[in-house]
Design a binder for this molecule. Structure first.
Ligand code: ZN
Ligand code: FE
Length: 256
């Protein structure tokens, strides 16, 4: 079984487009469909024919090109059962814990309510790849538009148990703002300081910050670190639960 090939490119203002290609079978999945033209250009560049869209949630910046790509490629659209009615052209629904294969590659569906009520992530356990869309970002997490902080905290816990060496592809390039915010929550974290400096330099050159790695997120992403003693001390929340600390960090980010 050959390794999956992945093509990352920008779409819209700050979305990432991602194509995943299985060289053994020729299957190619677009993770969400934020914008038709850059997705077509990426497929053309690599010489890939798109056979699937793996939809993570119903927001327009993740589904807008569904019908156009379906028309063009006759592809199959897979997406979350809990948002089925809001996803254009959906062919097959999946729910938490569902498994299917992409060529010979196993895919596991992880429901992560928070950003939206039915948001799902696609995990390729044998390839150690996670497509986290708007649930987990580099140094951040999605805004809580349809669910509570407690729901999102539990969703993030489902991702945090994945292996440290999991590569994470996320939905938006928000990393610079996330890094600056993270420093206000966790200012003495040496690993974070080093990473934030790197992000400043990379973004100044227009470099992508995708993918990230689970180990790095656990060490530096404040939304995965509400149990950290230094963060709790800094927030004056030493006696609080992880959920309460998480909610406070999310609230501060909303106002950052
Ligand atoms: Zn979204
Ligand atoms: Fe989005």
């Amino acid at each position: 079984m050959s390794a999956l090939e992945i093509e990352v490119f920008s779409c819209r203002s700050d979305n990432y487009g991602v194509l995943v290609h299985d060289p053994d079978t020729g299957l190619t999945a677009s993770i969400d469909a934020p914008e038709e033209a850059p997705i077509l250009a990426a497929a053309e560049r690599r010489g890939w024919k798109i056979t699937h869209i793996f939809t993570t949630h119903h927001h327009i910046d993740h589904v807008e090109a569904n019908l156009a790509l379906k028309e063009k490629f006759g592809l199959e659209i897979i997406g979350p059962v809990n948002e089925a009615l809001a996803i254009p052209g959906l062919d097959r629904t999946v729910a938490d814990g569902d498994e299917f294969t992409f060529g010979e590659h196993l895919v596991r569906v992880i429901e992560t309510p928070g950003h939206t009520a039915g948001h799902i992530c696609y995990h390729f356990p044998d390839d150690k790849i996670l497509f986290a869309a708007d649930t987990l970002f580099a140094l951040g997490c999605g805004r809580l538009l349809e669910r509570t902080p407690t729901d999102m905290w539990h969703s993030l816990q489902k991702l945090a148990v994945l292996p440290d060496e999991t590569a994470i592809y996320f939905g938006h390039e928000y990393t610079l703002s996330n890094a600056r915010f993270a420093l206000t929550i966790d200012p003495d974290n040496e690993r974070l300081k080093t990473r934030a400096a790197q992000v400043e330099a990379d973004r100044a050159e227009g470099k992508f910050t995708i993918p990230t790695m689970m180990s790095l997120e656990k060490e530096t992403n404040p939304f995965l670190r509400p149990s950290d003693p230094a963060i709790r001390r800094n927030l004056l929340m030493e006696g609080k639960t992880n959920e309460e600390v998480f909610a406070e960090i999310r609230k501060r980010k909303d106002n950052f």
